[in-house]
Design a binder for this molecule. Structure first.
Ligand code: B12
Length: 325
């Protein structure tokens, strides 16, 4: 799932206005006004006369919204778009993926099947097939299903294959780097919402398993939070210094090993001295495997799974979505 030219994206009419608006964050009334006043999109009509939009329409809309988020007016964004279309220019900054997935009319393939096929493609180092499957999954499922039911089972299968000597470590690295790249593309495709509660997400010192925390960062951004993703193996003192100046409302740390999990405790001690002190949220498979660790760490355990972590964050830091322009 790479950044690509807009005219390579499918123009098949598939999505209702409701689905498109839910996924791009543009209100139906705003979209209709843009269509009327600026001739932004020209959706086709289905048998029932309802507007039907394509993946290309969604990508165009997202591109426009990104331009608005960076401070330019709708008329300037539209004229930029027209100019580029006339000059045969390519909107290289438009990701081919939508923010999250509108439900298409076509029936879904079970995510477990995609997860396994993705595993097969990745262990063959077949990027074209992996990309095709990720696109297919992204357009069929909502973001959470995409992450929890296709990407995670695929990573687990890769981990088992590595542990059982079926695939070499190079293949495991290739596969996890590929999926990490895909998640990062999705993460960066969301607009940074500067007025929403600010959350730093990363991994405890020594922890190199970063994909779980990256997934959480993506999911939190999709919920409207302002999220910065800080990656693996964070040095505690630097992190505390950064938090001192940036004032996040929450710092989320993930840990897979006992060693890295225990280091989170020292972080809370340091964070609690900041004014205002951010909440420290933590989680990851270290705590799932050794639940007695949870009580030993000061901070807020966010739950056993990524979706329960999002729910915990929402309860502690409610986010109110502002209407887009
Ligand atoms: C990719 C990978 C790596 C990559 C990571 C690359 C990267 N950029 O992230 C690399 C190559 C670095 C790596 C290294 C190692 N790995 Co590794 N790795 C994996 C693999 C294949 C995928 C990990 C992953 O991203 N999973 C997806 C996440 C989302 O799954 P999860 O962690 O289970 O998450 C669930 C919960 O924990 C929770 N969750 C996850 N994160 C968070 C965060 C918060 C805040 C919350 C609340 C919840 C939460 O949500 C998920 C469920 O909804 C796993 C296989 C597996 N089963 O996961 C092995 C695995 C984790 N690795 C393993 C091992 C042994 C290692 C090494 C020790 C190998 C070695 N000898 O060097 C090193 C340790 C490195 C270190 N210091 O951290 C073992 C761990 C065994 C164990 N139980 O301890 C596994 C399980 C492989 C296996 N089957 O044996 N690994």
């Amino acid at each position: 799932m790479t950044l690509s030219s807009i005219d390579t994206i499918s123009d098949d009419p598939k999505y209702t206005i409701k689905a498109v608006c839910e996924q791009t964050g543009v209100l139906p009334v705003t979209l209709r006004a843009w269509e009327r006043r600026h001739e932004v999109l020209n959706p086709q009509r289905g048998d029932n006369r309802y507007r039907l939009y394509s993946d290309r329409d969604i990508a165009t809309l997202r591109w426009i919204k990104n331009r608005l988020d960076s401070g330019i007016s709708i008329s300037s964004a539209v004229s930029e778009l027209r100019q580029m279309q006339q000059n045969g220019g390519q909107l290289e900054t438009v990701p081919t993926i939508p923010f999250s997935t509108p439900k298409p009319v076509t029936p879904a393939v079970p995510p477990e099947q995609i997860a396994h096929e993705l595993y097969l493609a990745l262990i063959k180092h077949d990027e074209d097939r992996a990309s095709e499957l990720l696109h297919q999954a992204y357009s069929m499922y909502d973001l959470y299903t995409y992450i929890l039911k296709t990407q995670i089972p695929c990573l687990v299968e890769i981990g088992e294959a590595w542990a059982n000597g079926i695939i070499p470590v190079a293949t495991e690295h290739f596969a996890s780097a590929y999926l990490r790249g895909n998640l990062l593309t999705i993460f960066q495709a969301y607009p940074a919402r500067n007025s929403a509660p600010f959350i730093l997400v990363g991994c405890a010192p020594t922890e190199l398993h970063e994909i779980g925390s990256l997934m959480l960062a993506v999911m939190l951004r999709s919920e409207g939070y302002r999220v910065e993703y800080l990656g693996p193996d964070l040095p505690l003192d630097d992190l505390v210094d950064y938090a001192r100046y940036e004032h996040p409302a929450m710092v989320v740390m993930a840990a897979t090993s006992l060693e890295s999990a225990e280091l989170i405790d020292h972080l809370n001690e340091k964070l609690s001295k900041l004014k205002p002190a951010p909440v420290l949220g933590f989680g990851g498979s270290a705590f799932n495997q050794q639940p007695d660790l949870i009580e030993k760490i000061s901070g807020k355990f966010l739950g056993l799974s990524l979706d329960s972590a999002v729910e915990s964050v929402k309860q502690m830091l409610p986010v109110t979505r502002k209407s887009p322009r």
